[in-house]
Design a protein around this ligand. Sequence first.
Ligand code: EPZ
Length: 420
Amino acid sequence: MDRIRICGGKTLKGQIKISGAKNSSLPLMAATLLTDQTVGLENVPALADITSMSELLVQLGTIIDSDLTQNKIQFKTPTLTSFIAPYDIVRKMRASILVLGPLLARYGQAKVSLPGGCAIGTRPVDVHLNGLRDLGAEIDLCEGYIIAKAPKGLVGTDVTMPLVSVTATENLLMAATLAKGQTRLINAAREPEITDLANCLISMGAKIEGAGTDTITIQGVPALHGTTYSVVPDRIETGTFAIAAAITGGDIILKDTSLELIPSFSSHLQKAGTILEQVGSDLHVRAPNGVHGVDVMTEPFPGFATDLQAQMMALMTVCQGASMITETIFENRFMHVPELCRMGANITVHGSSALIRGVSTLRGAPVMATDLRASVSLVLAGLAAEGETIISRVYHLDRGYERIEEKLNACGASIERLAD
Ligand code: EPZ
């Protein structure tokens, strides 16, 4: 398994092009199942998860013409050759559950492996399944698979989700586009990726209002047509590289992204002493005077993104003062803590909160990546640390960050991939 070696202590200066959002590309790819016409996606990041989703769609019958060097992929599903999403693909990537809604809506049946838990939590899918049952689907669980049927098609209705779920909102939104009549998704997630999916579906002929609010109204239509659509910039990558500037006292221009994608994160970073300025379509980030501690609580959008919690913690390890970070979305999302402590961080965990007392400097050490966002927090800590940090299990990184060492080295970092 590849490892990454970082020689820390460099101040990063330069420009980084922000890629298209992984967590928008994945539902958009699933949405291509909803039509027999060609859908072209642009600004798609070249990531392991995108490859996994492509493999799944090909198994279902989608014809794919992919040119990820240009960040473009074309999809066409004239007909299904299978309606099964197998365990060996779903276990690698939970987002495979996103084919469930489109398969049911267009073909009236689906057999999708239960995703199971992952490093950060049990992550059940009950909100997805109960919402599809509300829309008239028959859902059974058998031998680790979700067996879903809607032979007479789905029927629109009001669906109240008991908790805010991003992919459940996406699954139900896609299913409702071809259901008979009106569907209202109540207590819907409001993430920019939901709005991006709705905008793409509208460009395919869907009738959707209210995306980005907690109530989304969909009028079902008989069929959707093809489109060409460009993926929204990745707000988590934006926040991650903003912290790369802050943690090294650097000055980085993040190309083709927006402060509007990270409202709560950016206000916390500004309170900590970082300067963020939107300059046209670019975001200018610098931290000439270091940072001081701020308290953080993760919440659904527009609150502080849970996917930026580990990265913010890395920054707070070298703040002036102290910080309390509370994780409210997932039950096990502090696995980066022991690894950061190996680098000299002073962190104590109390249940779902971590108290971080800033230290003057971190020291490089061998550390292990445990999940996608924890792994990038170790990269950020390695950038700031004195000496050499070796991060193992970096396949986690490759799932969510396109060419990360290339992007950071272009700003003066010293990162090398060590192929085992
Ligand atoms: C999406 O996961 C993202 N993944 C996650 O990003 C992100 O952390 C998460 O939303 C929260 O923002 C994609 O978009 C592909 P949820 P999702 O359903 O939809 C519980 C990354 O690093 N829940 O919003 O799976 C769940 O256990 C990944 O890119 C149920 O109980 O998250 C969690 O505690 C990690 N039942 C909470 O709700 C359900 O049916 C929010 O989860 C669904 C969710």
